[in-house]
Design a protein around this ligand. Structure first.
Ligand code: GEK
Length: 244
């Protein structure tokens, strides 16, 4: 349950001009509610990231949560690998989001987390057994995605995994329309009005650029991942596990 302060009502009133979406204090305050009511399967994905981390985290290695927002994936991994002497590194370049993430790490009594307020394009990646990009890659310009994935691949252990979750576009127009329709129905069922759905969509238009599953597979292969498995899909939201 959410109270008034943590309920996402950012797009509830008609706005004369809709600015591009930014991860500021207003968003940070309602982010948990926003992402749970907007991304089908979000809670399951977060839970499964913990399960995947338990399977793949190696003692003495690094676990990265790139674009960590309020740190939900870091918390999920941290709980599963607490005894394993791994280093948890959570990165986000939005100060309002990272501040709240740090509060979560304390609240959940995690082993020490390196919380970095930095651009994921500039953070070095090394000795990584688990790297999480949970709905973050989609916010980079398309041409910046391959360099980031190549850097991640180069910093991964041979037995490591990349967990890549993305909002996608359908393989053709018909599939795309169906997935968008179903996603909007999901949002309506979660209490968002048509006005909220349409204003949020406008604000994300140039900020979040979805691609097809095929485009993601092709890029991951180019970045040096030899095996890519789709382990989650609900409507236009997917998650892959990619391995060197
Ligand atoms: C979760 N993973 O709850 N450098 C660092 N951070 C960035 C960058 C960048 N270049 N670009 C975007 N971000 C989270 C959810 S939200 C997804 C991820 C969403 C950050 C941005 O500040 C935001 O916190 C996050 O990526 C995307 O599991 O809101 O749909």
């Amino acid at each position: 349950m959410t109270d008034d302060k943590t309920r996402d009502r950012i797009y509830a009133q008609r706005q004369d001009r809709i600015d591009s979406f930014v991860f500021d204090q207003r968003v940070a305050a309602v982010f948990s509610d926003m992402i749970s009511r907007s991304v089908p399967g979000y809670a399951s994905i977060i839970g499964m990231i913990g399960i995947l981390a338990r399977k793949h985290a190696v003692a003495g290695s690094n676990l990265y949560d790139l674009g960590c927002s309020l740190g939900a994936a870091t918390v999920s991994m941290g709980k599963e690998v607490a005894q394993r002497n791994c280093c948890l590194i959570a990165v986000d370049n939005a100060p309002a989001m990272l501040e709240k993430a740090k509060e979560q790490f304390v609240r959940h009594d995690l082993p020490p987390v390196r919380a970095l307020c930095r651009d994921i394009r500039e953070v070095p990646v090394s000795n990584a057994s688990v790297v999480v990009l949970n709905f973050t890659l989609q916010f980079l310009a398309v041409e910046e995605r391959l360099p980031l994935l190549s850097k991640i691949r180069a910093g991964m252990r041979d037995d490591g995994v990349l967990i890549l979750s993305e909002k996608i576009s359908g393989a053709d127009e018909q599939e795309n329309e169906l997935l968008i329709e179903l996603h909007h129905a999901f949002k309506r069922a979660n209490g968002y009005s048509d006005l909220e759905i349409s204003q949020k969509r406008t604000s994300l238009e140039e900020v979040l650029v979805p691609e097809t599953i095929a485009a993601h597979r092709e890029r991951l292969a180019k970045a040096g991942f030899s095996r890519v498995d789709l382990w989650f899909q609900c409507f236009n939201f997917v998650s892959f596990v990619a391995r060197p």
